[in-house]
Write a protein that binds this ligand. Structure first.
Ligand code: UDP
Ligand code: MG
Length: 315
């Protein structure tokens, strides 16, 4: 069995050597025939030179450099598209995904699963973050069509069949957590304890996480649009009822001037609601806009062992 390990790297210069040492020690025990495919996602630090050095020192380590920062989803996709293994693992460059788990995960895959995912506990994380993520997953699973699970991330091992399935999904907006769930197949779960980053700092700020959260809601269903219809309907019914009341009231008791409060509440409330759902509408429209362009998910600048790699590779 040939094993490919895909690793997206963005500004990870301080972690590459350590990663090499650990993987060179662990991977031969998982499979004699393995490759590590490091994808440089447009790093601005010394990551690419480090990858060049690594690839020339150890031919089992290949790299692919993207022309700019396309984001982790695109970097993973680039790696998957170039991986040659029968079994493909995806993991982070910062050793937060313990490579020691790979042996067990690959073994599980051999027992007939097509995906083996590692699920981390959230020990050592701030309570607020833990609660927020718990709340988020509880809510999102009520909305989306696929089952998303807290703690389950991109650390996983895939069969060739599952990789092929993922590569067959050409959509531009990639919410990989949802895509992994969407392709289905038998999935096994392995638990592990949260690990702190080995070097460097996290690239995911609060704002990025918030956007990621919205992606999760919007990528896999059109329920927010449905919500607009329902809420709009409700408000319309209520306003008809209120209009009837005002009509009858002013006919029977005459017109009285006060009403500033009702007016303001109505205007402000409805204004807010309209803007909110205009945003929802725009979100979907924006997605259609990007999808219709049919642009490649990433562009390649450089690849180890290839003098002049094609800039755009088909999935
Ligand atoms: N990463 C990437 N492109 C990006 C952001 C991150 O390839 O635009 C990589 C990063 O190098 C790391 C992995 O994605 O290997 C996870 O990133 P990070 O550790 O910053 O996220 P966290 O563990 O904090 O969720
Ligand atoms: Mg990390």
């Amino acid at each position: 069995m040939r094993l490919s390990v895909v690793i997206p790297c963005f500004n990870e210069e301080h972690g590459i050597d350590r990663l090499h040492v650990v993987l060179a020690e662990v991977l031969p025990g998982v499979s004699e025939d393995f490759e590590v495919l490091l994808v440089d996602d447009g790093s601005q630090d010394g990551t690419l030179p480090a990858l060049r050095r690594l690839a020339s020192a150890d031919p089992r380590f290949r790299y692919l450099a993207l022309s700019r920062n396309f984001g982790k989803e695109a970097a993973m996709l680039a790696g998957l598209s170039q991986a040659t293994g029968d079994v493909v693992a995806i993991m982070d460059a910062d050793l937060q995904h313990p490579p020691q788990l790979l042996a067990g995960m690959v073994a599980l895959l051999g027992q007939g699963h097509d995906q083996v995912v590692a699920r981390r506990t959230r020990s050592g994380e701030p309570t607020v973050r833990r609660l927020l993520s718990r709340l988020y997953y509880r809510m999102i699973n009520k909305v989306v069509d696929v089952e998303l699970e807290d703690g389950v991330g991109d650390f996983r091992v895939l069969s060739r069949r599952a990789v092929r399935a993922l590569l067959s999904l050409g959509e531009y907006n990639r919410f990989s957590k949802g895509l992994f769930a969407w392709i289905g197949f038998d999935t096994a779960v392995v638990d592990y304890d949260n690990v702190q980053r080995a070097a460097g700092s996290s690239k995911f700020t609060f704002r990025k996480l918030l956007n990621y959260g919205i992606d999760g809601v919007v990528s896999f269903n059109n329920k927010p649009l449905r919500a607009a219809i329902y809420l709009g309907g409700l408000v319309t019914v209520l306003s008809f009822a209120y209009a009837a009341f005002v009509l009858v009231d002013s006919l029977t008791r005459g017109v009285d001037v006060p009403g500033y409060a009702t007016l303001m509440v109505g205007v402000a409330g409805l204004g807010g609601l309209q803007l909110l759902f205009l945003g929802v509408l725009g979100e979907y429209l924006g997605r259609i806009y990007y999808e219709t362009k049919r642009r490649p998910h990433f562009l390649v600048k450089e690849a180890s062992g290839v003098a002049d790699p094609p800039v755009s590779v088909p999935l």
